[in-house]
Design a protein around this ligand. Structure first.
Ligand code: GDP
Ligand code: GDP
Length: 438
């Protein structure tokens, strides 16, 4: 699928977060806790009439003087302009145009990407008149909305998604013939080193084909008679010295790469251990239904005793919970340890993602699991599961037919998922479970 990302920028308290949450409604955002003056960033997947895009709330600021705000906001605006496909510039009708708004507008005017000026808190007719003040900022696209009531948001979303292709259901169901892998992770974990190591060893690169967006490069490989495509997010490497900015860049790029991939090879730095940003990237990939292999790189730097790898993996999986049925491999790109094993695991996960269980076998196994441990009685109702079938989707999805679909709670859902995982191999693949009325 083509990747499309919209970033929301603006000064604190204009209502970015309120707007963001309204758009995502019941699909919860993934919150990335960032240190320093920036408030947590939020990442979400928005769906407007079948048009899907990534939405990023660049965050607010916890404290600081207006000088600090200004520097921080300008940095975020630059990152948004560089890495997103479109920018929502949110302002507040209650305060009118402030100096900080002017400063952000100056930066955005130089951008060639679409900018949507969104005047928020336009809760009534009087405020609508006041909102026209913002036309003086000189942008082409202006929208008046109330994030609290939702008024005006439909028109805005129609405009934002005008150029996005709706999800083609048939295309989404068609499996990639050649698996597409994205190497993702934070800055300095060794992504380019791994890519180079693979290219260096592999002499039979078939071709360089342009990616589906101009920002990714798809390179086709042929290794042990297996073909695969590696997706690289090309572009200038930002030389920002600020750790926080680099992390933000890397997350937006990871999103772009994973949107086009079947399986994500998530690299971590063994020496640093797993961080909040790693978990953010992992959760996004899982939410998007991507296959995942976790590669703990720079294993050469770790002093090893008998149980080091085992303990490391255990700790890692605790941080990744609830989705911890993923392959974890300890590699060293420098010492060329297990880097081809990484590709093999990627291919295995790709096979797991395509796995279709015949209905009779599925029912044999899963109805036995239901017999062994029944769903708890709810409000005096005996919950019966009568039948299960795998849906023809590209993320393994299972529909359980039952008399009380709304009465089955998370623990039982987890039980069924665990049974599916134990009985059939879905390692590295998110699995979806639905309950339907029968
Ligand atoms: P952020 O710092 O830009 O993310 O702003 P928040 O989303 O935290 O909102 C700041 C304040 O503005 C909160 O008190 C919100 O309830 C309020 N707010 C957000 N949207 C609206 C709106 O459409 N109308 C009104 N009247 N208040 C709003
Ligand atoms: P990227 O930003 O994720 O693409 O990371 P790079 O590939 O540029 O690597 C960042 C740094 O980590 C470089 O100095 C690499 O030489 C180093 N590095 C990469 N892989 C390994 C490894 O397996 N072991 C060690 N010790 N260093 C590594």
């Amino acid at each position: 699928m083509k990747s499309y990302t919209v970033a929301i920028v603006g000064r604190p308290n204009v209502g970015k977060s309120t707007f963001f949450n309204r758009l995502l409604e019941n699909r919860k955002a993934i919150v990335d806790d960032v240190s320093g003056v920036t408030r947590d960033r939020q990442y979400g997947i928005a769906d407007w009439n079948g048009k899907v895009f990534n939405l990023i709330d660049t965050g607010g600021f916890v404290s600081g003087s207006s000088d600090v705000f200004e520097t921080e906001i300008r940095k975020q605006v630059r990152i948004a302009i560089d890495e997103a496909n479109a920018v929502i510039f949110m302002v507040d009708v209650a305060t009118g145009i402030t100096d900080l708004d002017e400063s952000v507008a100056d930066l955005l005017r130089r951008s060639t990407k679409p900018v949507y000026v969104v005047v928020n808190k336009v809760d009534n007719g009087t405020r609508e008149l006041e909102a026209t003040e913002f036309y003086s900022l000189g942008f082409e696209h202006n929208f008046f909305i109330s994030s609290i009531s939702g008024s005006g948001t439909g028109e805005l979303l129609d405009a934002i998604t005008a150029d996005i292709e709706p999800v083609d259901v048939e295309e989404a169901m068609r499996e990639s013939e050649v698996p597409k892998f994205a190497i993702i992770g934070q800055p300095n974990v060794g992504k380019s080193s791994l890519l180079n190591a693979l290219i260096g060893e592999e002499r039979t690169i078939v071709s360089d084909i342009a990616g589906t967006t101009r920002d990714t490069i798809h390179t086709r490989y042929n290794l042990f008679q297996k073909e695969f495509i590696l997706i690289d997010t090309a572009g200038i490497r930002k030389k920002s010295k600020e750790k926080d900015d680099l992390e933000f860049y890397s997350i937006i790029r990871a999103i772009r790469a994973m949107d086009e991939a079947d399986v994500c090879l998530l690299l971590l730095d063994a020496d640093k251990g797993i961080t909040a940003q790693d978990v953010t990237i992992f959760s996004l990939a899982a939410r998007k239904g991507k296959g995942i292999v976790v590669l703990v790189n720079k294993w050469d730097l770790v002093e090893k005793e008998t149980n080091t790898a085992r303990d490391y993996e255990k700790n890692l999986k605790q941080k990744l919970a609830p989705f911890s049925d993923v392959p974890v491999l300890f590699i060293s790109v420098h010492e060329k340890t297990r880097i081809f094993k990484a590709i093999e695991l990627g291919l295995e996960v790709f096979e797991n993602k395509k796995r279709k269980i015949p209905t009779s076998q599925l029912n044999d196994v899963m109805l036995k699991a239901v017999q062994a441990y029944h769903a708890p009685v709810v409000r005096g109702n005996t919950v019966k599961i009568k039948y299960v079938t795998q849906l023809p989707t590209h993320v393994p999805s299972f529909a359980f037919f039952t008399n009380y679909p709304d009465d089955i709670k998370q623990p039982y859902r987890n039980y069924l998922e665990n049974q599916l995982r134990t009985q059939f191999n879905f390692k590295g693949v998110p699995v979806r479970i639905f309950f339907r009325k029968k």
